[in-house]
Design a protein around this ligand. Structure first.
Ligand code: GLU
Length: 374
């Protein structure tokens, strides 16, 4: 993707039931699904991590079980989800595999993003899938989620996932191409908003409460999702999924509403590094490196004196000064063994030491936050 979506490195795409499943029959709209799989493959080929949050389990299960139209009881929708999720995940796995991509099914309940231990676990698993270049296909675990403990709609689930994974973009594919000043079906004066800087009470008032039988969320839940995403530094796009290749359409300048994030992704990423990660090891540095870090520079291998712990590339580590006090935390660019081999050495020697070219920083400044005991 070389257009509007080009800057984003980690993108969560939320796909609603109404787009994916034929309302009356509960049959999957396969051709449309193929077109979105093409989009995903294109994003992935450009180097972005792509995560899908796909609804449709209940709608498909309804079709398979031949349930009548109308509102389902909770236990009926749970049963429908149990049946439909198999078909849904299988379809994603097939269409992605046809494009050389591997799908990994992840079913989450509310506690998985709200309770710290489970949050860390869910994040680690999804992070590992991304490292392995698999595409997480995520849905709520409807079969066990009861009224009190559920997201209830995948717009909010998508936003939680985007915030948890430090995504820089959440795309909500909807039956409408963005936010309007008033419901366009009712008000001929309604104006489409291409960009929303901040979600103000005025913006909230523009979002009615409409939703179809298939999708639980109307514009209102999309704005709720927008709040979750944008405070975490994730931008959000609402675009129409009623065309083939909806992501390519956005990329090419097609209509959508872009919600800007409150913090920039680097600031939000830093908040996330400081607050959410369990450090896996330590990197002790000399006084020169302490000064460099305090003036906003990256940590170079030359300033590193000692490594402890068993960490992988991308793990969080604590940065200690010569007295052993923590001065910073960051995501390290090398695993512990390689870090040990290049510590104290000039960055220009990395390729010779490791046999492959590597990043010249041990911890890049965008991945580093000063925590300052020292
Ligand atoms: N998790 C539900 C399903 O897969 C959908 C929730 C929603 O539409 O937002 O059927």
């Amino acid at each position: 993707m070389g257009g509007a979506l080009a800057p984003y490195r980690r993108v969560v795409v939320k796909i609603g039931s109404a787009l994916l499943v034929e309302g009356r029959s509960g049959v999957l709209k396969r051709a449309w699904m193929e077109s979105i799989a093409d989009d995903v493959a294109r994003l992935a080929a450009g180097g972005a991590d792509v995560l899908l949050v796909s609804s449709g389990a209940i709608a498909m299960g309804r079709g398979v079980l031949g349930l009548p139209k109308g509102k389902l009881k909770l236990e009926e929708s749970q049963a429908a989800a149990a049946v439909g999720q198999i078909a849904l995940a299988r379809a994603w796995s097939e269409v992605l595999a046809a494009r050389g991509l591997t799908a990994g099914q992840v079913l989450l309940t509310l506690g998985d993003t709200e309770e710290r231990r489970r949050y860390l676990n869910a994040r680690a698993t999804i992070g590992t899938l991304l490292k392995m270049k698999a595409v997480p296909v995520i849905n709520e675990n409807d079969t066990v989620a009861t009224t009190e403990i559920r997201y209830g709609d995948n717009d909010r689930l998508g936003a939680r996932v985007a915030a948890m994974m430090g995504a820089d973009l959440l795309v909500l594919l909807s039956d409408i191409d963005g936010l309007y000043t008033a419901p366009p079906a009712l008000d001929p004066e309604a104006r489409h908003l291409p960009v929303v800087d901040r979600i103000t009470p005025e913006i909230e008032a523009m979002a009615g409460a409409a939703g179809s039988e298939l999708s639980r969320g109307g514009m209102k839940t999309k704005i709720e999702a927008g709040k979750i995403a944008t405070v975490a530094g994730t931008r959000m796009i609402i675009a129409s999924g009623k065309i083939d290749g909806p992501l390519s359409a956005v990329d090419g300048g097609g209509p959508h509403t872009l919600f800007l994030a409150e913090a920039n992704p680097v600031t939000a990423r830093k908040a996330w590094i400081a607050g959410h990660l369990e450090p896996r090891g330590t990197v002790a540095v000399d006084d020169g490196a302490v000064r460099a870090l305090r003036s906003g520079k990256s940590l170079l291998p030359a300033g590193v004196t000692r490594i402890t712990g068993r960490f992988e590339r991308g793990d969080a580590v604590r940065v200690l000064d010569a007295a052993g006090l923590e001065i910073a935390r960051g995501l390290v660019a090398y695993d512990a063994a390689d870090a040990e081999r290049i510590r104290g050495r000039n960055s220009s020697a990395i390729e010779e030491i490791l046999g492959v070219p590597g990043r010249s920083e041990m911890i890049h400044r965008d991945d580093l936050v000063l925590t300052g005991e020292g």
